[in-house]
Structure formats: structure tokens, C-alpha cells
Ligand binder design. Structure first.
Ligand code: AMP
Length: 302
């Protein structure tokens, strides 16, 4: 089974207490696709400019990622720049240049239209919606990620797409912003009224919580000695989460809990180095070993 992902493919500039990179490959769809590709074949829909060279394209090569939905147009690729606080719990967006994203109208290749598992990664909500409209089957699971930029700038469009979504993956501050509630249990309940039956709230170094049906499940974050660059942690979490669910083909309590752990596993790898450099060099064995560390981390007897 393949996972359809729509989102940004980008150039990022990032500054953390451990270093500064002026231009590196990034984008929500890039992180999510690479993370998910360790679990399941991926189909990616995005747009890049003519500054996106074969060197950057190499990230998708040699992986089960179908790139026929990445359109290349004249102009510059989406650019984002961010700076992290000393403790890396906060970041500010220094600059967002939509560039080729501003005029993008996603067209799903015909062979993408039967996708049963869909991840609408961070991009304009109206584009997330248009991707859903082009499916010719009813998908089994649609998950969506978004961020403050769209909550502030495209709220009506975001509400429209949320009505068609099963799972919202969102970080804690954005869950508060979207719901107008500080308490995260309250926030998740309010968001579930907007459409998604399940909400995953990502909390950085404090892990992630799933609210689905009557289930509340909390996954810790891996205690790491060195976090160099948190960029893409959320997208990598989403890639692991959706990749694991797509590979299992089933949505139930057990598969959702497992997906939360694989999401945490992929997020924990992503932050160990700048950009995609750690995520792109993983093996399935390393992923399995870290998942077992997670089990050990949370195992106890009563
Ligand atoms: P994360 O750290 O998981 O929130 O994701 C960071 C990635 O999201 C970076 O690689 C950026 O290129 C991308 N990004 C930043 N701002 C936006 C935005 N407004 N829309 C879509 N993608 C974005």
C-alpha cells in the first residue's frame, strides 16, 4: 500500500545553539516522505523551482518514493528560515518566501488517485483540499499537519479541509492557537469537533499524545544527549506515524499506538543532525533498535 504525501519541498536556513546553515534541503513533505519511505512506498506531490538541482533531487533516489507528482516550474523553490532559542524549545520564523508555492495548483498523476492513505503535510490548506478533491476513491485515512503561519493567514480554508480529515497532527502551541484552549485535553476535544476524530499533539522534548475515540496514549520523546537541529522533527514524526499505519493497512488501537512510537522514533533521529543528514542515512535495523529502546523506556510492572 502506498502513502500519498502533499507538502513543501524547500530550502531552509536554520540557526540553533549548535550551528548555522544558510541553505539546506528541507520542507515538510521532504522530511515526511523520507521518514515514511522506511516503512512503505510513498507518492509525493509538491512543487520546486528551477534552482532545485539533481543534487537535491538525490534525496528521493534509491528509496520507494514516486516523484512524478513533483512539478518543476520557473522561479525559486519555497524558502523558510528559522532560529531556535538557547534551550531549543522555541523557534522564530525569520522569513518565509512562498516563491513557486504562491502559484501552485497541484495535479495528481492518474496513478496517484487511488491512494488510500493520505498525509496532507504542511502547505496552504487550500492546496491540501485540492489534493483530496482529486482522489477517485474514498481514502481509508487522511491525516493533516499545519502550522501557525496558516492558522493565522488561512483559517477559513483550514477549517474547510479539517472537516474532511481523520487525524490532525499538530504541535502544542498550534493546538492552543487553533482551539483557543490552553489545556491540551480541552484543546484536543475542541479540535475533534472541527472534523478530525483523532488528534495527535506533538510536544517536542515532552513527547506526543494521541486522543482517538476513548483512547489517550502518550509517547515519550527519546532522551537524547545532543539535539542539534529540531527542524523537521514534526514532519518526520508524521512520516513515521503514517508510514507505520500505511504498512499495517489497519487502523485500530494497537496500530495507532505503534504508529505513535514509530513517529517518535523518526522524530528522534531527525533532530540528531542538521536538516535531513541523519534521517537519510538510517537502516531498518537502527529503526527497529530504537523502537525497542522506546519499549524499554516505558516498560514497568504493577
Ligand atoms: P517542522 O520543524 O516539523 O515544523 O518543519 C519544518 C519544515 O517545514 C521546514 O523544512 C520548512 O521548510 C517547512 N515549513 C516552514 N514553514 C512552512 C509553511 N508555512 N508551510 C509549509 N512548510 C513550511
Amino acid at each position: 500500500m502506498s502513502l500519498l504525501i502533499v507538502g513543501t519541498v524547500a530550502f531552509d536556513a536554520v540557526e540553533t545553539p549548535h550551528g548555522k546553515v544558510d541553505r539546506m534541503l528541507g520542507g515538510a513533505a521532504t522530511y515526511a516522505a523520507v521518514a515514511a519511505s522506511y516503512f512503505t512506498p510513498v507518492r509525493i506531490v509538491s512543487v520546486v523551482g528551477d534552482d532545485f538541482s539533481p543534487r537535491e533531487h538525490a534525496i528521493f533516489r534509491g528509496r520507494p518514493i514516486d516523484v512524478s507528482g513533483i512539478e518543476r516550474v520557473n522561479g525559486r523553490t519555497f524558502f523558510w528560515s528559522g532560529r531556535y532559542s538557547q534551550d531549543m524549545n522555541d523557534r522564530v520564523t525569520v522569513e518565509t518566501q512562498l516563491n513557486v508555492l504562491a502559484g501552485f495548483d497541484p495535479k495528481l498523476p492518474d496513478h496517484f488517485r487511488d491512494s488510500r492513505f493520505v498525509f496532507l503535510a504542511n502547505i496552504q490548506p487550500s492546496l491540501q483540499f485540492r489534493v483530496l478533491q482529486q482522489l477517485n476513491i474514498k481514502p481509508k485515512l487522511v491525516a493533516l499537519d499545519t502550522m501557525n503561519y496558516w492558522i493565522e493567514g488561512a483559517l477559513p480554508e483550514l477549517h474547510a479541509v479539517l472537516r474532511r480529515v481523520d487525524v490532525l497532527l499538530i504541535n502544542d502551541s498550534e493546538a492552543r492557537q487553533l482551539s483557543g484552549r490552553y489545556n491540551l485535553v480541552d484543546a484536543a476535544a475542541r479540535i475533534r469537533v472541527m472534523g478530525p476524530q483523532a488528534v495527535v499533539i506533538k510536544r517536542g522534548e515532552h513527547g506526543a499524545i494521541l486522543f482517538a475515540g476513548k483512547t489517550t496514549f502518550s509517547a515519550p520523546a527519546m532522551p537524547l544527549k545532543l539535539v542539534r537541529d529540531p527542524t523537521g522533527a514534526g514532519d518526520s514524526f508524521a512520516g513515521g506515524f503514517m508510514g507505520s499505519l500505511t504498512a499495517s493497512g489497519r487502523i485500530n488501537d494497537a496500530s495507532l499506538r505503534r504508529a505513535m512510537i514509530y513517529g517518535s522514533v523518526m522524530g528522534s533521529f531527525a533532530v540528531e543532525h542538521f536538516g535531513l543528514s541523519r534521517l537519510r542515512r538510517l537502516t531498518k535495523k537502527q529503526i527497529g533498535a530504537r523502537a525497542r529502546q522506546f519499549r524499554h523506556l516505558t516498560h514497568f510492572e504493577l
